[in-house]
Design a protein around this ligand. Sequence first.
Ligand SMILES: Cc1cc2nc3c(=O)[nH]c(=O)nc-3n(C[C@H](O)[C@H](O)[C@H](O)COP(=O)(O)OP(=O)(O)OC[C@H]3O[C@@H](n4cnc5c(N)ncnc54)[C@H](O)[C@@H]3O)c2cc1C
Length: 419
Amino acid sequence: MSTLILGGGVTGLAAAWHLQRRGEAVEVWEAQEAVGGWMKTLPWDGGHFEVGPQGVLWQKGTAVDRMFSALDLPFNAPGKGARWVGKGGRLIPVPASPFGLLASPLMPLSAKLRMMLEPFIAVRPLEPEEGLSAFAARRLGPGVARDLLPAMVAGILAAPPEVLSVDAIPKLTQWEAKGSLVAGVRKGGISHMVVPVGGMGQLPIRLAQHVASVRTGLRASSLERLADGRWRAAGGGAVREADRVVLALPAYEAAALLGPVAPASAEALAAIPYTTVDLWHSRHTPLPRLKDGFGFLIHPPEGGGYLGSLVPSWMDPQSAPAGLMQLRSFVGGAFPKGPDLDRWEGLFARLKGWLPELGEPAAVRHERAERAIPRPEMGHRARVKAALAGLPDGLDWLSNARFGPGVRDILEGLETWMA
Ligand SMILES: Cc1cc2nc3c(=O)[nH]c(=O)nc-3n(C[C@H](O)[C@H](O)[C@H](O)COP(=O)(O)OP(=O)(O)OC[C@H]3O[C@@H](n4cnc5c(N)ncnc54)[C@H](O)[C@@H]3O)c2cc1C
């Protein structure tokens, strides 16, 4: 069986790596000059910054652990790190345990008590699809859905939970299927954010080194079925025939290629929206209160489009030159944002509102992640189902819009796909 994989992001490369380990002939085409898609680490004056993911959830004995071990990929595991939610004009620590939450000012007491009932709430059948907010309100209570969920979801999907399907975070229904969220987490174990030494970009680079044929700078522009049932892809002056073509692409890119050969799939994929988010990287004199800090997320109604800031230099000390703290601030996404947030000065004023002691930056850079994050709105389940059902034999589509938003979801989804 020969497979051509279109897309050399982490999904395409990890799929190629799995197939090759099973003895199949694989080739990857990547449109850009470098592999990795969003998972790239770029140099920046004495350090580096992440274009996309800044960590991956790792746990012993999971898909991420198996891949990192097989690739012999060293990583920094800084531990849990302090986290805060910006609410009521100040940063409130997120307690490490549900019991700690009882004493926290993050939610009213009635909401905390309701949350404690979660293990006793009946499991709901998977169908019909439920909204993400409705899921949280049903299991954890309306207080969690109102006061805690929006900031958490903004930090993952840069979108308000009210518009999202519960499938936006597939772990939730997987945990509920174990009896309750508490039981699911207890059985599944706790994961920790880790980052490969040298940055997240090391993962796709290492994967590409293990895959025999990875061609970069090659954008597929057409797909065609041959008389013998095989497939031909063409683009950038190259043509390749294979038994199978796997589109490891964002839904909108896959839709463009599938239009002529699988119109129903193309239509379903084209209907999956994507979110654009602005990322501001800045370097400052370290702040004592962020010393062991993962970062903070702002309760969206108060953020006005400023979603929060993480501290990459805590997770990955090589990202910033010695003596500097690196921040990564998220702006916009699916939330309306004030015009002040188009400029660093406006964002800096907002940052100072939460961290008054923050000093002027030693360096700043802005990156726009255009259509970077899938937005699984209500109806997502039906769209993914229609997209997969409409694919002819020999075509497949793999993506975070299918498996879940994080790298962990993708790597776990790929193991299931391979089984
Ligand atoms: C700002 C940001 C922060 C994130 N933070 C985290 C995090 O901290 N932790 C976490 O787990 N996840 C995080 N994520 C999510 C994670 O990065 C993604 O889920 C993952 O990188 C998606 O990988 P992919 O290969 O599916 O898609 P992509 O990275 O989009 O890769 C698709 C590839 O296909 C190529 N391509 C497109 N069209 C064609 C074509 N016609 N022919 C050939 N190639 C083509 C593109 O150039 C691209 O390289 C973050 C994402 C973003 C954007």
